[in-house]
Design a protein around this ligand. Structure first.
Ligand SMILES: [Zn+2]
Length: 651
């Protein structure tokens, strides 16, 4: 056979370098995934070093085309959930499960509804990334990550590649289902050996901008967010299966049967699954009971997570760090020899607080028992064998160097200018005003570079300031700044909550306003005694308020001078005693509207009940189940404009 004659050119890797090249490529991919999932394990400098090494060995390697920072304009769009994605309360023992059932029964008895103990519905609690799939007239329209529950990332193009996601379903109108993106154990073994945690692999891959690897992920669907004409969880499950969704294993039974099932799962069944679960989800099968039980703090009362006990393993302490947090509290952290717990390699474990460090008498070299509480944050449970010397307690803050003070069980950095505390305050401000485009990373960069020192600085930023930062484009900078300015002017309760003074919530702020302390001068002039007399406040809170305001006096003055002072809280109260529920799309973010309603004295309900005064809806002629129910109860349906007019006086 004739072989073409070589004319040279091209690039070959020396045989001994080949293994290294492949290992580097895999590691770069992995760290890139971690970076985008917000859990980087190495610094940018280390990442660059790996990339440089690969480039020197094989300049044409395809992995080099994929690595490096993608253009910022390609970040995922953010989108609001039709109905916020809440979370679950949890129980960890059969006794706690029985208590939960008893509490539900007690609440239901008041409504004359039968108890739930005999009719529970159970599914596996999958350990992955929560997702909302939205179908419009049977066609997949959107795939959103949970995000903060209010807003998620629109990863639709990735979701389309995942298994278990039908592109079309037989359902007219809009349909929103909830599920979990998981990496199955078999798929991990085949395609993701490099990851130390299955969950992180799933989360990182699902959010990759190039979508590579999403074909190995599976979506399990377990809930419908819309109010459909269904009576039980069982019917819901049958409905989902009928549409072609993959669902987790499900069971029905009474409390004792659930406890039996839980034991069976924990000791045997769990390991036979092709995916990781961290417990069972127990709900009242009857959906009417669920509706009657309602929710508290975004957590449904009619459902609970029955979590498996946290596994523990022994490791050795190699160092102890003291991290200052956003509130100034210092959290001791043990650095331990890497140990695998529930599919993740643990290197750092929390020691909670100073008092706990003293109680444990822990020191470097000690053998300790490490657990993953809630299967998320690793924690040092106990010292198994002491090496002798307990850890030295630091006297200076590891972030700013100022001296630490002990208060109760905690060590505190009292320096208001400490970058760790500044970052916490800025994040609180952004949360409180409801600016959704500001990620924690952007805030961290702005604070650590000294560009932002107080809230006022946020409003002085230019598009160029943000665009000049790593990984930020002009477009996202414009979006972020535009959003911040769109929230102005701030009402007094929001302004006060945004300052993030200890023990000073929007609730407290509202109490102050309704007691007549409706502007800053009156608040600053108030004495502890005056405030302590306000019903529901008390002396401890009153002291926190006056001391907190005083410590931020100069900063507040600068905000007012900069034109960012709050508008008087006098208007608050226009919605006093009225209740509102929102459905469908509104122009303003749901969270912002809620804060605005509450800031004006109104109350926000999560569902339509007989007590509800107003249903805020975009389409007044809607025939949705919420709208129909509201009409039946005589609840008034209003649009967003009408709601605003109730406060601002225009009709
Ligand atoms: Zn500090």
């Amino acid at each position: 056979m004739k072989v073409p004659r070589s004319l040279g050119g091209g690039l070959e890797v020396a045989p001994e370098g080949r293994a290294r090249v492949e290992a580097l490529a895999v590691r770069l991919e992995r760290h890139r995934g971690l970076y985008y999932s917000g859990t980087p394990e190495i610094t940018d400098a280390a990442y660059d070093a790996l990339e440089d090494e690969l480039r020197s060995l094989d300049p044409a390697h395809p992995a080099l085309g994929r690595v490096g920072a993608p253009p910022a304009s390609k970040e995922w769009d953010k989108a609001r959930h039709t109905i916020p994605m809440g979370s679950l309360n949890k129980v960890t023992t059969p006794e706690e499960l029985h208590e939960w059932v008893a509490r539900c029964d007690e609440l239901l008895a008041k409504d004359g509804h039968p108890g739930i103990a005999g009719d529970l519905f159970v599914t596996e609690k999958l350990d992955g990334l929560s997702v909302e799939l939205v179908y419009v007239d049977g066609r997949l329209a959107d795939g959103l990550t949970r995000g903060d529950g209010e807003t998620g990332e629109r990863i639709t193009s990735n979701v389309e590649r995942m298994r278990g996601v039908p592109r079309r379903v037989a359902h007219r109108g809009s349909l929103s289902v909830r599920g979990e993106i998981v990496l199955r154990t078999s798929d991990r073994a085949e395609h993701f050996q490099e990851y130390s945690s299955t969950r992180n692999a799933a989360a990182g891959t699902a959010r990759r901008l190039d979508g590579v690897g999403c074909e190995h992920l599976t979506v399990f669907v377990y809930d419908v967010a819309d109010e459909l004409e269904l009576n039980t969880e069982e019917e819901k499950l049958a409905f989902l299966r009928g549409l072609g969704f993959v669902t987790p294993h499900a069971f029905a039974g009474d409390t004792d049967a659930v406890v039996e099932l839980y034991r069976d799962y924990d000791t045997a069944r769990r390991v036979t699954l092709d995916y990781e679960i961290d417990g069972l989800v127990v709900r009242t099968n009857d959906l009417r009971a669920q509706a009657l039980l309602g929710e508290l703090n975004r957590r449904p009362r009619g459902a609970t997570a029955f979590k498996f006990p946290s596994p523990v393993k022994v490791s050795r302490v190699v160092g102890i760090g003291w991290d200052t947090g956003p509130s100034g509290r210092v959290t001791p952290v043990a650095e331990v020899e890497p140990v695998e717990l529930v599919g993740a390699v643990v290197r750092r474990a929390s020691l909670h607080n100073l008092a706990n460090v003293r109680r444990l008498g822990i020191g470097v070299g000690d053998e300790v028992l490490v657990s993953r509480r809630n299967d998320v944050i690793p924690y040092v449970e106990e010292v198994v064998e002491s090496a002798g010397a307990p850890a030295e307690v630091p006297t200076a803050c590891s972030t700013c160097g100022s001296s630490l003070r002990q208060e109760g069980e905690y060590l505190l950095c009292r320096n208001e200018g400490c970058p760790a505390r500044v970052e916490g305050r800025i994040r609180n401000w952004i949360d409180a005003v409801g600016a959704l485009e500001w990620g924690d990373k952007l805030v961290h960069t702005l604070v650590s570079k000294g560009i932002v020192r107080e809230p006022l600085d946020l409003y002085r930023l230019t598009v160029e300031d943000i665009a000049a930062l790593e990984r930020h484009g002009t477009k996202s900078a414009e979006k972020a700044l535009g959003e911040l300015r769109a929230r102005l002017p701030l009402r007094l309760p929001t302004f006060l909550a945004a300052l993030g003074i200890e023990g000073f919530s929007t609730q407290t702020a509202r109490l102050l306003v309704s007691a007549g302390f409706a502007d800053l001068p009156r608040l600053f002039a108030a004495t502890v005694q005056e405030l302590a007399e306000i019903p529901g406040l008390g002396e401890i809170k009153a002291r926190l308020v006056t001391e907190g305001l005083d410590s931020r006096r100069a900063e507040i003055a600068r905000l007012v001078e900069g034109g960012l002072g709050p508008v008087s809280g006098e208007a608050a109260g226009k919605l006093d005693g009225k209740s509102f529920c929102m459905t469908g799309k509104q122009r303003r973010p749901r969270k912002e509207l809620e804060q605005w309603i509450e800031g004006n004295g109104g109350r926000v309900l999560s569902g339509v009940t007989k007590e509800l005064d107003f249903l805020v809806i975009d389409d007044l002629a809607s025939t949705s189940s919420k709208a129909t129910k509201a009409r039946k109860y005589g609840t008034k349906l209003i649009g967003e404009d009408e709601l605003v007019a109730m406060v601002e006086g225009r009709s």
